[in-house]
Design a protein around this ligand. Structure first.
Ligand code: HEM
Length: 143
């Protein structure tokens, strides 16, 4: 019985783990939606803070939050994946990740701009390329 108990426990654990549902696509969608609203909120905050030289710390904080959201979002799946033919889905996910990584790269450039005293240049990147990347991405990946 003593020997049997660990074996039974591990068999039970395996059964339990295999019975756990994979994260549903609805949960992934919800996570992405939250991250998108975080992008929206912090983009607005960054735009305001970047207008005011005395708000550099706030601007850097919003940019850091934007980076965190883009970093988390790039490993999720685009919400229109179900509409893509099965054979093209892997490439669609790859392309989504690539486009979000580009956004992350712009956000890192903005941080460097601010830290090197180019606040106005950082502010300019909100409209071009960030806004343009957002529009193109929504066209491609929103359901
Ligand atoms: C950079 C600035 C961006 C902002 C401020 C932004 C903001 C938003 C907002 C407010 C929504 C609506 C959420 C909802 O009601 O469902 C949304 C949806 C979405 N965005 Fe973005 N977005 C940005 C960039 C991107 C990028 C670069 C991608 C992809 C590479 C992307 C992919 C999506 C997708 C797939 C949805 C649909 C999510 C869902 O079904 O809930 N977005 N975005």
């Amino acid at each position: 019985m003593r020997l049997l108990t660990p074996a039974l426990l591990s068999a039970g654990l395996v059964l339990f783990l295999t019975a756990l549902p994979a994260r549903s696509s609805a949960a992934v969608d919800e996570e992405l939606e939250e991250l998108m609203y975080s992008l929206k909120r912090h983009l607005k905050g960054a735009a305001q803070a970047l207008q005011d030289p005395s708000m550099e710390a706030e601007a850097l904080d919003h940019i850091a939050q934007l980076q965190a959201a883009a970093h988390a979002a790039k490993v999720l799946e685009p919400s229109n994946l179900d509409e893509i033919p099965e054979g093209e889905r892997a490439q669609h996910v790859r392309s989504y990740r690539r486009d979000m990584a580009e956004v992350l790269g712009v956000l890192v450039d903005m941080e460097i701009d601010v830290l090197e005293g180019r606040r106005e240049e950082a502010a300019g990147k909100l409209a071009d390329p960030l806004y343009k990347l957002r529009e193109a991405a929504h066209e491609k990946y929103q359901d």
